[in-house]
Design a protein around this ligand. Structure first.
Ligand code: MN
Length: 194
């Protein structure tokens, strides 16, 4: 089963005009396909990994964020597809709205398929292998659907390559937006100051 049938869509979860999140719009970067990792301080802090597959950003909430260590398996909980323009979103989702909290662009860049099968087919099979070409997160990653405690459970695993490095941990070291250079606090403050 590709997707839980009960999962609400992006539009079902949000109300235009009540959240600054995009409902469409232009690509954040020219490269196609692309990926983005957004740091999201909501009810709990997590990193949202989004891969452009089949005309949308397939999305996973990764509580600990991606690791550069191939021995680490990071839980990645699939969430609703996001529009491509969402990759350029950074800001504050207001209280009372879905995902209320601060969003920062942690990394963004081109995505490359490293298998013969299309990304759509890999997604359907629950076994995706991609090369992420970001500034902070680089190299090959595998996403594997386990469906362990719920249908939407996947694991995000760094594959062995030159970019693998167990000593580096960018998710805890890099605390500024790759796009605007702002910290989470500065993003919140800019919003509060109008
Ligand atoms: Mn999120």
């Amino acid at each position: 089963m590709a997707k839980s049938k009960t999962k609400k869509s992006y539009e079902d979860k949000r109300t235009k005009g009540k959240t600054p999140e995009p409902f469409g719009g232009k690509r954040p970067i020219e490269a196609k396909p692309m990926f983005v990792i957004q740091k999201h301080e909501a009810s709990s802090l997590h990193f949202d990994l989004r891969l452009e597959i089949g005309g949308a950003l397939k999305s996973w909430a990764v509580p600990k964020g991606p690791s550069l260590d191939p021995r680490e398996k990071r839980l990645a909980i699939e969430t609703e597809d996001h529009p491509i323009a969402y990759g350029g979103f950074e800001g504050v989702i207001p209280e009372g709205q879905y995902g209320a909290g601060t969003v920062m662009i942690f990394d963004i860049g081109p995505l490359k398929n490293v298998k013969d099968a299309s990304l759509e087919d890999q997604y359907e099979d629950g076994q995706i292998e991609v090369l992420l070409c970001g500034q902070r997160i680089k190299g090959k990653y595998a996403l594997v659907r386990t469906g362990k405690t719920r249908d939407d459970d996947w694991l995000l695993i760094k594959m062995k390559d030159d970019a693998a490095d167990a000593r580096r941990n960018p998710v805890s070291v890099e605390n500024r937006s790759v796009q605007s250079g702002r910290t989470m606090h500065e993003i919140r403050k800019a919003e509060a100051d109008g």
